[in-house]
Structures are given as structure tokens and as C-alpha cells.
Design a protein around this ligand. Structure first.
Ligand SMILES: Cc1cc2nc3c(=O)[nH]c(=O)nc-3n(C[C@H](O)[C@H](O)[C@H](O)COP(=O)(O)OP(=O)(O)OC[C@H]3O[C@@H](n4cnc5c(N)ncnc54)[C@H](O)[C@@H]3O)c2cc1C
Length: 449
């Protein structure tokens, strides 16, 4: 039974993503009461969302119920609610359930949302990739395009139906484009023998002159070669200016007819973080002190994608899972230091490496300073992602799915469900149309490094 001592200090954690989950676990044996609040009842492993979108995995394989994760953590209560406001002056959070939850210490780990840089048509017609809803909408929409293509007699329309545009050459865009190309060439080819799938195109648009800019240039080039081998057309220096659901308009005047546009070109801090009366850095992340405290509010810690902090070289820490996890643990330890009257420690990111997979047998990675490509990088990618999934069941199911896919050239989750509203707006929160920013900033900002 969960009976945390009510005299213990109360720590509220908002967000049960990578950062919040780590923070909550780090407080498991401490003499504190923890309330973990999230709008979802599950922890989502976002790095594999693109595999749900490309019919490789099912939603349950990459999500895990929070109540199950924390079943045995006796000092923690989970509240499923949307936090609408953080009242910094009165040390309480206000939720959609109507309640005000007071805190002694707060860890804000609300993550980020898709940023379409104020382009209203992208909000309306493009798909984001930030939550399970987005991934399922993409999966259904992509599969539905093939069904529709079998039923149209108009070759131009068929071509637009079978053109899949991914915007953003960061890891998410690269992985998504590679996975879609393999879905088409290895799996759907067998399902649609009457369609000429040489017509099907996957086009990856990147505003800068290189892919995966968070990795060294040689790995960006390796990623580009691997994508080309898989049939992905990579267009560099291709900046999207508009999309009307039928045509993608580029800054250089090119127009690309396509009925699918997946936007993987930008994120910004969650709205909850943006609304705080605190200075914002790039991607609207909140500037935090090296101890991860909010300036002027020593009882408030902000971590992960919502926080802006620079490393020792003056570079912003990337919006990546390892940063959020390490910060979650660090914030929890700093709170315990504070409770014991000890000095707080500055956060230092231990960067062990970065990686992106392009699909079957192909990945690029930096690991302990080594540059890896091809099969070896792919095996490491598989292992790292498998081990980071929460729950033995999920690891096993994902492993079996990957093995099945590898040996059988199949994708298990090819259901068109729910039926897509063609070109309906994605479910992610996006920049309001009135916050227009110059088109010049529409670049891959997955990772600012
Ligand atoms: C498609 C995709 C692929 C990625 N691939 C990689 C990768 O390969 N490697 C890597 O390192 N990183 C990757 N990332 C980035 C990584 O997922 C993030 O950096 C990481 O999730 C940030 O952790 P976080 O704890 O800050 O936020 P999140 O993990 O996003 O968690 C935020 C949580 O807060 C909750 N929340 C938000 N607002 C509220 C509110 N108002 N009320 C209640 N709850 C709220 C959300 O429901 C969510 O559970 C990827 C991201 C995406 C979208």
C-alpha cells in the first residue's frame, strides 16, 4: 500500500517522459513524498515512434503504463492530469482536474512539442511525429495512400499519392525516411503486385547542406549514401515554405506534388514551460542555472527538452533522451542535497555518443569518440534501443518483431486503424499561426549542435 509519510517534503514531478521517470526513480528510497503528474497514463519511448509510423511496431510495444512502472514505489503517487499552470509564487500546480497541488520542490519535465514555425498550412496538412496519435495517423494515412492509388486511373494523382515527403534531416527524419522506403520496397511491393511501385518515392528534404548535423560530417555523408541505396531521394538546401496538402512549395521555387508530408524538422519546449515568467533560450526552452534550478525559484528544477543549458564549450545541450535522463537524476539528487542542507552540484552532461539508423543493416554512430557506420553501427543501435525500452515484455516483443521483420521481410502492424482523415491536422501542439518567424529559421533543429 502507498502510505507516504505526510510529514515528508512533497516533491511534484510534471511529466513522466525520460527526465521525469528518472527523477522519480532516483527518489524511490528517499524520505520524501513524490507526486508524478502526466497527461498520459504511459511512458513513451519516442525514439521508436517512427517504427509505429512505418508499421514495424505496435503502440503497446513502445509505451508502458506508469502505474505498472511505479507499482512498488511506495513514496510515489501518480496523477493522470494535464497541468495547466504553474503558480511559482504560491508553489502549486493547477491541473485540468480542477485541483491545485502544492509542492515543496517541483521538477518540471514537460518535454517539447512539434514546431512548424508558424506556418498554418503545415499545422493543417502535415503530420507531426511526437506522440502515438501522430504515429498511428501516419501509418494509417500512408497505407491508405496505397489503397487509394490502386483505385485511381489518373497517373498524376497516383504519383502524388505515392510520394512521401519527410522534412528534416536530423535523426528522426533520416530514420523515418529510411523506414518508409523499406516498408515500400520490401513489404508493400508484395501486397500491391498490381501497382508499379517504381512510382513510389520517399523524398527527404533538409534545409541545410548536410544530414544528421549532431554527428560528424563523415557520418552525415554515410547516412546520405545509405539512404540513397534504400531509394530515398535526399534534397539538401531544400527549405519548405508552404504545403497545401497536395503540393510542397520550396524556397527555390520548386513544387513537389505529394499527398503526404511528415514534419520532423523542429521542436520547441512544451507550452507549459514557455508560459513561465522566465527567460527563454533557443527553441523556447527555459534558461536554467547549472544546478538545473529556475533562476529566482530555488525550489523549482527544470530538466530535459524544456530546459536550456549550455555545456562547457558554450553549446546548448541537445534535446535528447540521455540529457533528460541524466538531468532527471541530477535534479533529484540536488533536491536531496538541499533537504540535507548540503551545497547543490552543477550539472555536467556525460556524452557517450549519438546514433541514427537508416534501416536494415545500416546506421551511423559516434561512440566513445569512434565513428561507426554500416552493420556494426546498426547492431549497436539495435542493442542500445532494445535495452532502453521499459519492461521485459516490451523488449521481448520488440526483439521478436525485429527478428521477424529481418528474416521475413515483413512488417507486422499494417492495419489501417483508425481510418485516417486525409490531411487532417496532426494532434501535436504547434506554434500558433500569429507567431510567425522568418522562413530562414526553417531548418533542421532537431539538435542544435
Ligand atoms: C520521433 C522522435 C524520435 C527521437 N529519437 C531520439 C533518439 O533516437 N535519441 C535521443 O536521444 N532522443 C530522441 N528523441 C528526443 C527525446 O525523445 C527527447 O529528448 C526526450 O524525450 C526528452 O525527455 P523529456 O523528459 O524532457 O520529455 P518527454 O520524454 O517528451 O516527456 C514529457 C512528458 O511530459 C508530459 N507533459 C507535457 N506537458 C504536460 C502537461 N501540461 N501536463 C501533464 N503532462 C505533460 C508528456 O505527456 C510527456 O510524458 C526523439 C524524439 C522524437 C519526437
Amino acid at each position: 500500500m502507498k502510505t507516504p509519510d505526510s510529514s515528508y517534503p512533497h516533491i511534484v514531478i510534471v511529466g513522466a517522459g525520460f527526465g521525469g521517470l528518472r527523477a522519480a526513480r532516483a527518489l524511490a528510497n528517499a524520505p520524501v513524498r513524490v507526486t508524478l503528474i502526466d497527461r498520459r497514463n504511459y511512458h513513451l519511448f519516442q525514439p521508436l515512434l517512427y517504427q509505429v509510423a512505418s508499421a514495424g511496431l505496435s503502440p503497446e510495444d513502445i509505451a508502458y503504463p506508469l502505474r505498472s512502472i511505479f507499482r512498488h514505489q511506495h513514496n510515489l503517487n501518480f496523477v493522470m492530469a494535464e497541468v495547466q499552470q504553474i503558480d511559482l509564487e504560491n508553489s502549486r500546480v493547477l491541473t485540468t482536474r480542477g485541483g491545485a497541488i502544492p509542492y515543496d520542490y517541483l521538477i518540471l519535465a514537460a518535454g517539447s512539442v512539434t514546431n512548424t514555425f508558424g506556418m498554418p498550412n503545415l499545422n493543417r496538412y502535415a503530420f507531426g511525429l511526437k506522440d502515438l496519435d501522430d504515429a498511428l495517423a501516419i501509418r494509417s494515412h500512408v497505407l491508405n495512400q496505397f489503397e487509394l492509388a490502386t483505385q485511381t486511373a489518373d497517373p498524376a494523382q497516383r504519383q502524388a499519392m505515392l510520394t512521401f515527403v519527410v522534412v528534416g534531416g536530423g535523426p528522426t527524419g533520416v530514420e523515418c525516411a529510411g523506414a518508409l522506403a523499406e516498408l515500400i520496397r520490401l513489404v508493400l511491393r508484395k501486397d500491391y503486385p498490381d501497382l508499379d511501385l517504381r512510382q513510389a518515392r520517399v523524398v527527404l528534404l533538409e534545409a541545410t547542406d548536410r544530414l544528421v548535423s549532431n554527428l560528424p560530417p563523415d557520418l552525415g555523408q554515410a547516412a546520405q549514401r545509405a539512404l540513397a541505396q534504400k531509394g530515398v531521394e535526399v534534397w539538401l538546401k531544400a527549405q519548405v515554405q508552404d504545403y497545401d496538402g497536395q503540393r510542397v512549395y520550396l524556397n527555390d521555387g520548386r513544387i513537389l506534388p505529394a499527398q503526404t508530408l511528415i514534419w520532423a524538422a523542429g521542436v520547441q519546449a512544451a507550452e507549459l514551460a514557455q508560459t513561465l515568467p522566465l527567460a527563454l533560450g533557443s527553441q523556447k526552452r527555459v534558461h536554467v542555472l547549472p544546478t538545473l534550478q529556475a533562476p529566482g525559484y530555488p525550489h523549482v528544477f527544470i530538466i530535459g527538452d524544456a530546459a536550456y543549458l549550455e555545456d562547457e564549450h558554450g553549446q546548448p545541450l541537445p534535446m535528447m533522451a540521455p540529457v533528460a535522463m541524466q538531468q532527471g537524476e541530477h535534479a533529484a539528487h540536488n533536491i536531496l542535497h538541499a533537504l540535507r542542507g548540503e551545497p547543490l552540484q552543477p550539472f555536467r552532461y556525460r556524452n557517450l555518443g549519438s546514433m541514427a539508423t537508416i534501416g536494415r543493416n545500416q546506421a551511423v554512430a559516434t561512440l566513445f569518440g569512434l565513428h561507426l557506420t554500416g552493420f556494426i553501427a546498426w547492431v549497436i543501435w539495435l542493442f542500445v534501443h532494445l535495452m532502453q525500452l521499459v519492461g521485459f515484455r516490451n523488449r521481448l516483443v520488440v526483439f521478436i518483431n525485429w527478428a521477424w521483420e529481418y528474416f521475413r521481410f515483413e512488417r507486422a502492424a499494417r492495419l489501417i486503424y483508425p481510418m485516417p482523415q486525409v490531411h487532417s491536422a496532426p494532434s501535436t501542439t504547434i506554434t500558433p499561426p500569429d507567431e510567425k518567424e522568418p522562413a530562414a529559421v526553417i531548418a533542421t533543429i532537431y539538435n542544435p549542435n
